[in-house]
Design a protein around this ligand. Structure first.
Ligand code: SF4
Length: 337
């Protein structure tokens, strides 16, 4: 575990940190002591998908190392602009599964609410990097229409808050939403997909935990961490607080070239997650989104890594290797080689 330090930014509240994101490539490069040759590609690529990162996350990047696995997840690169024929703007064809604005209903028993239209970080491989969030910024009547859709569909027993990142909403907004979801009798579980426990762990406050609590719902937090270097003492504290609030904490990771495409790195990730109190859940093959082809790991290589991982870890620490395809009724498990 990386030891905890208390630099100046850590004295800020999460709201202050959120309004103080690093969005200028020149500032990021200066902060990380990287040369000017990275600036033009970063500026060009960020026109299409801007740079966004928290100070907290950037503090875990090794200065002077352009290959740092955390840096590669946030730094806009020239490779993003190279055409890649199989890569689409909406690789999962979510538009097809959107019966009302802000709601994706793809799997029978679960429905996904695009609860927030922003993240506190822009991961360069994000499959929603071209998502038309402006069309999904919901007014109160649209929220009510989405809730009404869920109310009328008794086969749905789980609501997933996703985004953007749902923890970008205020506690008040989340509290309203969770209360309304909890008032639908056939909903049993609330799942929250968020990268905040990693990129801004101070977001996990007692007020937030109170806002997302509903006495009738089981709550699951699926956080998103791709490399053990992302886990520090503050992440441990955030997970401990969530577990203390009776929240099951799982992790999903994406298999990413040059970042975690190595079985030792993946094994260390699982071990570090478990040390923090988190169970590995999914290891996703990259969704083929335009601008992210340079992160792709070939399927055979992924299967080989998965086979190696099975020998390195006890079964409960091995995440399921999966691919998501638009026409499947669930994620597709990928077998080891
Ligand atoms: S946190 Fe998730 S939704 Fe947000 S940019 Fe990263 S991958 Fe995309």
């Amino acid at each position: 575990m990386i030891p905890r330090t208390v630099p100046t930014w850590q004295t800020k509240s999460w709201q202050e940190e959120l309004s103080d994101l690093i969005q200028d490539p020149a500032i990021l490069l200066e902060r990380l002591q990287l040369g000017p040759e990275w600036l033009k590609p970063a500026l060009d690529a960020s026109i299409h998908f801007p740079l966004r990162a928290t100070e907290s996350y950037v503090s875990r990047i090794r200065p002077g190392d352009p290959q740092d696995p955390l840096l590669l997840q946030i730094l806009p690169l020239a490779e993003e602009l190279k055409p890649a024929p199989d890569y689409q703007k909406d690789p999962l064809e979510e538009a097809r599964f959107t019966p009302v604005p802000g709601l994706v209903h793809k799997y029978q028993s679960r429905v996904l609410l695009v609860a927030a239209t922003q993240c506190a970080i822009n991961c360069r491989y994000c499959f929603r990097r071209h998502f038309p969030y402006e069309e999904h910024q919901l007014s109160r009547p649209e929220w009510l229409a989405a809730l009404d859709y869920i109310r009328r569909a008794p086969e749905i027993n789980e609501v997933i808050l996703s985004g953007g990142d749902p923890l970008s909403l205020s506690d008040k907004q989340l509290g309203w939403l969770v209360e309304n979801i909890g008032n639908i009798p056939h909903i049993k579980r609330l799942r929250i997909h968020s990268r905040y426990p990693i990129i801004l762990p101070s977001r996990i406050t007692p007020e937030l935990l109170k806002a997302i609590h509903h006495p009738r719902l089981k709550t699951v937090m699926v956080m998103h961490c791709n490399h053990a270097q992302e886990i520090d003492g503050n992440v441990h504290d955030a997970v401990k607080a969530m577990r203390g609030a009776d929240i099951l904490v799982l992790n999903q990771a994406v298999l990413l070239k040059k970042i975690n495409d190595n079985s030792r790195i993946l094994a260390t990730l699982s071990e570090s997650l478990f040390d923090a109190g988190v169970l590995p859940y999914y290891l996703h093959l990259l969704d083929k989104v335009q601008g992210a082809a340079h992160f792709a790991v070939a399927e055979d290589r992924a299967r080989e890594l998965y086979g190696e991982l099975l020998t390195l870890l006890p079964g409960f620490l091995v995440p399921k290797l999966v691919r998501e395809t638009p026409d499947e009724g669930s994620k597709t498990p990928i077998p080891p080689l």
